[in-house]
Each structure stands twice: as C-alpha cells, then as structure tokens.
Ligand binder design. Structure first.
Ligand code: ADP
Ligand code: MG
Length: 263
C-alpha cells in the first residue's frame, strides 16, 4: 500500500533569483512600484502585461542592466550589495560582484542583438572567451555544442545578415546557453519575427523548459506561456496584479480581460 508519505518528496528548490519590493523610476515616472518576484531553480516564470507596464524594465533590473532605485535583489543565492544613501535609495553597485553575477544570468533580446561582424559561431564563443576565460578551442567546442542544440550547427560560419530572424534568434539563444547561466532571461524573443518563424524559436524555448532550465520569460504568446510556465506573473502599470499557476492567472478576474483571447 502506498501512502502519500511514501511518495518521493521534491525538495524545495532554492530560488535562482529573488527580487523584493523593487522600485525603479525614470525621472518622475515610477515604472516599477515595489515588485517582488522569485524564480525557483528549474522552473519557468512568464511575465505578461500590456506594453509599457514595465516588463522589460523588470527583466533588466533582474540582471542589473538597470539599477533599481529601491528594494533587494539576490541572484544565485547571493544578495546584491547595493550602496545606499541614508534614505535607503540605491546609489551604487559593487562592480566586481556585478561582473561575477552577470555571468550567471544570460539574456535573449527581442531584436537578437547579435554582433554583425561575427559569424554565428563567433557570436557564441565571444563571451565564454572574454568573460569566462576559455581558450578559443574550448569555447569553440562549447559553441558547436549549443549551436547544435538550437539546430544551427550548419550555419556556424554564416553572418547574421545572411540569417532569417528565427535563425538569428536561435543563434542568440545558443550564445546565452554557452555562458551556462543559472538563469535565462527572454524579453519577447518572438515579437520581432515573421509569423512563420515564431514556432521554430518557441520550439527551442520549450525544449529548454523540458530540460529543466531556469527561465524568466516576457512574452505575448499567451498559449505558449500557459503551456510552458510553472508560474505566471501579470504586470499592470508597474505592479504585479496577479500571479500564480497559469490557470489561476488566466482565471483571475483582474487579468481575464488581458488573457481572454487565449483563455
Ligand atoms: P514593457 O516592456 O512592459 O513594454 P518597459 O519596461 O519597456 O515596458 O517600459 C515601462 C515604462 O518605462 C514605459 O513608460 C517606458 O516609456 C518607460 N521607460 C523604459 N525605459 C526607459 C528609459 N530608459 N528612460 C525613460 N523611460 C523609460
Ligand atoms: Mg518590453
């Protein structure tokens, strides 16, 4: 006889990233109004919300491309050491810690942001060589592995200008993977693609989710977000208006109007 006590208990995974009451202002405009969010290791969180609600800013704060004005942030079990003034406003960062932690978070952008003067492989091996100090040979082996992983091995020598949007984005994903990050951030990775190219990129991201990679994803692909995410966050004017399982958020009256077309 089996009782629930005999089921293997999944240990509570430590979060890969924790944001606590993040506030971010651009001049007078408060774009994030105290956002708290944590992404458990091995899980996928998607952020949805209208244009201008602060999704990109939140993602960029999570890897410190933007410096928040208030709040706490921890990446890979390590609290960020912010310098603060007596009022508690963040005034600076510890550069060395920043460099170290940035290497643990990789980001994929809407516009791919590949280096135009480097081949597919060149794009993928650059950061492992510069940031992680790998030799060209080591980085090339790693790069080939991840280009293969995204189905782009045959385009390793092609320059971005000769690749479709979907192919460029897959190279960008390989570039992110080659850093072997603890956390992958995606900011609308399919929004700049022709409709017929969207699925090839979503397929790669779905595969990464199935592998158990830790991901934080901003997307307008509602069906995909629902299917792939462990946690869904609905951001509305800089505040988390609803969060929970995809089903719970889809059913939440506060965001039903937003997700209605996909529900
Ligand atoms: P989303 O990704 O949800 O569309 P963003 O995070 O890009 O939203 O932007 C949220 C708000 O912050 C918008 O009003 C936008 O104009 C503003 N904003 C974003 N980045 C900057 C910036 N660097 N300087 C000034 N305002 C900004
Ligand atoms: Mg955005």
């Amino acid at each position: 006889m089996t009782s629930s006590f005999e089921l293997p208990l999944r240990p509570q995974a430590a979060p890969a990233v924790v944001a606590d009451h993040l506030i971010k202002r651009f001049g007078e405009l408060e774009v994030l109004k105290g956002v708290s969010l944590s992404v458990a290791e091995g899980t996928v969180t998607s952020i949805i919300g209208a244009s201008g609600s602060g999704k990109s800013t939140l993602l960029r704060c999570m890897n410190l491309l933007e410096r928040p004005d208030r709040g706490e942030l921890a990446i890979a079990d390590e609290a960020i050491r912010f310098a603060r003034n007596p009022q508690g406003d963040i005034t600076g960062l510890d550069r060395r810690q920043l460099q170290r932690l940035r290497a643990k978070v990789a980001m994929v952008f809407q516009q791919f942001n590949l280096w135009p003067h480097l081949s597919g492989l060149g794009n993928v091996i650059e950061a492992p060589m510069r940031v992680k100090g790998l030799s060209r040979k080591q980085a090339t082996a790693l790069g080939e592995h991840y280009l293969e992983r995204v189905g782009m091995a045959d385009k390793r020598d092609a320059y971005p200008a000769f690749l479709s949007g979907g192919q460029q984005q897959r190279v960008a994903i390989a570039r992110a993977l080659a850093m072997e990050p603890r956390l992958l951030l995606f900011d609308e990775p399919t929004s700049a693609l022709d409709p017929e190219r969207v699925n090839e990129v979503l397929g790669v991201i779905r595969g990464l989710a199935d592998e158990g990679r830790t991901m934080l994803l901003v997307t307008h692909e509602m069906h995909f977000a629902k299917e792939v995410s462990d946690q869904l966050v609905y951001l509305d004017q800089g505040c988390i208006a609803a969060e929970g399982t995809p089903q719970a958020v889809f059913d939440d009256p506060r965001c039903r109007h937003f997700v209605a077309p996909a529900a």
